[in-house]
Design a protein around this ligand. Sequence first.
Ligand SMILES: Nc1ncnc2c1ncn2[C@@H]1O[C@H](COP(=O)(O)OP(=O)(O)O)[C@@H](O)[C@H]1O
Ligand SMILES: [Mg+2]
Ligand SMILES: [Zn+2]
Length: 507
Amino acid sequence: MGRTRAVALVGMDAHVVEVEAHLAASVPGFTLVGLPDASLAEARDRVRAAMTSSGLGWPQRRITVNLSPAGLPKAGPGFDLAIAVATLAGAGVCDPESVAAQVHLGELGLDGRLRPVRGVLPAVVAAVQAGRHRVVVPAGNVDEARLVPGAQVAGAVSLAQVAAAHGAQVEVPAVDPVDPPRSPEDTPGGCDLTDVVGQATGRWALEVTAAGGHHLALIGPPGSGKTMLASRLPGLLPDLDDAAAVEVTAVHSIAGTLDPGTGLMRRPPFEAPHHTASAASVVGGGAGIPRPGAISRAHRGVLFLDEAPEFAPAVLQTLRQPLESGELRLHRAAGTARYPARVQLVLAANPCPCGNAVGKALDCTCTALARRRYLSRLSGPLLDRVDLQLDVLPATRAERRAGARESSAVVAHRVALARDRARARFQGTGWSTNSEAPGAWLRAHPPAGSAVRDLERALDRGLLTMRGADRVLRVAWTLADLAGAGRPEQDHVAQALALRSRTAGPT
Ligand SMILES: Nc1ncnc2c1ncn2[C@@H]1O[C@H](COP(=O)(O)OP(=O)(O)O)[C@@H](O)[C@H]1O
Ligand SMILES: [Mg+2]
Ligand SMILES: [Zn+2]
């Protein structure tokens, strides 16, 4: 009998799996037990082909490979390598003790080459947590696996190389490692606020959004700079701390969007799904164990819905639950996958179908009904949660002429100071930004005297709901943090009110 271990991933939850191969002197055959996933049936053919083409032969015996625990849905980093080395150990080709002492991750090509797999980071984290520090991974996954503290990682390019390391008498051919799949699109790195002309209110709203962790909606005609502003938000956010960096990197490892060789993702991600995207690609999905969608790939970063009213209503609706809980649960027959989804949401929208209903709306060709309907597509599920909503108008001629503009680095510095103040205030509460402060806390810590009266008046006149008032208070706290004030003053509350009602003028 040969045995080793691999790792199964169910969403972000990784479980160490025992792989045992029994070889009996009976009618030759090959059975895999404990593999509900159809993709793993193919593992059988790959393992057999890879062993044969690597010159390791195929034992003419009755081979039964058991993956346990049986009830666990098994997907994620290929089990191929573990199945192959367990079989080789059972056949006496490899040293059983050497094989049993290590965790094996990787998919096999028919030619015996080892192919990189998704989810290596969370898999190795789980292995180390289970006390299994020695891990063999495909060469293309070595950098990712080595990010895990305490892991002793060996990389290999082929099954023959792994088998030889476990004592098999086999020739190890010199082959190039198979590159991991590259992430499809780049996040907008290298875009800076210095590029944005004018837009004083838009810039200020970005700064407030970054400092408080708030959601933001930008409403304005085409070409006014909404997309430009939104894509500059990540550049204002501080680096991720260690725990967040591991979470974010793990999600991207599972999604297959981790850039090889970049190490832990230290910067907040930016995801901008197109408005034609399906619900599966926005929130996650797919056959078997579902993959994380854009909202999870944006975890601890920014989810940007450009042309937000153009998204399918069903897609917008599915965002509601994860925005509330910061987590996504996808239920499938194969099991429930959990992915983190704590994002800052940025919505961009034209004010109406023709895009011109701003200011006096002279050029708007839409009917009153069409105008009303357009933004109301967002209102129910999403706009209610957005603390800052503002009109973005094209830069004026005077603004276009104005001189020096602040860079993202300068603004990011103020954001970091404001975040430090909030974190210090919330120490021991379990939340760290104003956007997370519960209503009870906000009401127990009211702003300075006269500011409260303004809010009361807005509530009395029905301009604001209680929930809306909480949102104003959160933003007011962020304005106070940016100003270095100990608590919100009247001016902060007034500005916060303006910033959520699309009436904020230039500051
Ligand atoms: N305030 C601005 N400063 C500099 N360039 C701008 C500004 N507004 C618009 N632009 C230019 O117009 C283009 C379109 O802007 P964009 O952000 O895509 O507008 P929107 O998303 O509102 O339709 C940008 O690529 C940029 O070149
Ligand atoms: Mg745009
Ligand atoms: Zn219009």
